[in-house]
Design a protein around this ligand. Sequence first.
Ligand code: GRG
Length: 290
Amino acid sequence: MQKKINKIAKDTNIFLKKFINRQKKSELIIPMQYGLFSGGKKIRSKILIDIGSLFKINYKSLIVIGSAVECIHAYSLIHDDLPCMDNDSLRRGKPSTHIKFGESTAVLAGNSLLIMAYEILSHQKLDISERIKNNLINKISECSGHLGIAGGQYLDLDYENKKVSQKKITEMEIKKTGKLFSFCCAAPLILKNKNKREIKKFEDIGADIGLLFQVADDLIDHRGSSLIAGKKTGKDKKRGKATLISLIGYKNTVKYANKLIRKINNELIKYGPRAKNLSKTLNYILNRDR
Ligand code: GRG
């Protein structure tokens, strides 16, 4: 599993480095690269490739689309660490982007990475029809904006130190984290020109995978070592974050995560042995320590 993820991470970084090198230089390139190449797992790209393999999508296109996703992800982490958000000074074992380069530069580097995602998806090197590109761009926009990552982040901050229901917590985590996974699961179907109903089914699977990922992230924060996780742990409790752990406890949250894995696997049963890779990725997501 780790070998496969490392290969995807390597190929994604090669694509992104080439893409950036082909552009004119600017003062923001160094902080952008710092946020982009500081050792992220590229788990969203792995999910994209697992789902892509169910629909026989070529690996190269998936790496390009995954690179756009990783730009949005890197942007969200840079902004998440800012003092006005979660105020974290450590990310991936290194000083957060705003600690290294200052707040205004971190904001602008983050914005530029968001825009770069769109440059990648609309680029002529991505060899798919204009209509499909447009559909991909439309879907990633929907997943990133006020109904997705940004809206989820708003709720995450708003719920601090409040008693919030389980439904509201999972809805917030699906927006904040799940929606980018929804895009990764929907993209292969968009490439294959599937109908809206089928795309929605995979978006929902992606939302569950993202929820699983966020719940696992909360578990790491609760029990994990800061040294291994590469970020401060134990901070959710200190900040009064609304998480499943704060509501139903650690053990019940682990049970909840295992139930989610069974639910996702059941949805994929009809794909037979081809869904095995995804199934292994789900176990990796829950059992990782960073
Ligand atoms: C990105 C549209 C947009 C808006 C910004 C700041 C913000 C609004 C959103 C924050 C969303 C966020 C940080 C969610 C947490 C998701 C999460 C668990 C991140 C950790 O992901 P990993 O473990 O990171 O995949 P690596 O380091 O492996 O890349």
